[in-house]
Write a protein that binds this ligand. Structure first.
Ligand SMILES: [Zn+2]
Length: 124
């Protein structure tokens, strides 16, 4: 006995090919459009947070290396939960990066802001 499958969009029983997921093009389109728009809302939301974080780090760290009070970042609206990558040093310090801009928590609620050196061959 075959397992009866149902359209993922409208729930109608499906007939025909066993790998079918939808009863027709209309249902498939509706389903995919909705799924796409839901995921794009989440992506946009996270992208906006990352973009804002990045702008804050660029603004407060124009020289490439700056130490600042954590409160300053919070005042600007920095969201510490969002970053694109992290780097843990041998000493166990964790840098959180938003693209090429990173922060490191120091003692006394201070934050050190750095820029990842992605330019090869740069002297210094
Ligand atoms: Zn359907």
């Amino acid at each position: 006995m075959e397992n009866q499958r149902f359209c993922l969009e409208c729930g109608e029983p499906l007939t025909g090919r066993r790998d079918k997921k939808f009863c027709g093009d209309q249902c498939r389109n509706n389903y995919n459009n909705r799924r796409y728009s839901e995921s794009s809302v989440i992506i946009r939301k996270v992208n906006n947070i990352l973009k804002k974080n990045y702008q804050i780090l660029c603004e407060l760290n124009p020289g490439g290396k700056t130490t600042i009070g954590r409160q300053k970042l919070i005042e600007k609206g920095y969201n510490f939960e969002y970053f694109t990558s992290q780097y843990i040093t041998r000493e166990g310090k964790t840098y959180h990066f938003v693209y090429d801009r990173g922060i490191l928590n120091l003692e006394n609620d201070l934050i050190m802001m750095v820029v990842k050196d992605t330019q090869k061959g740069k002297s210094g």
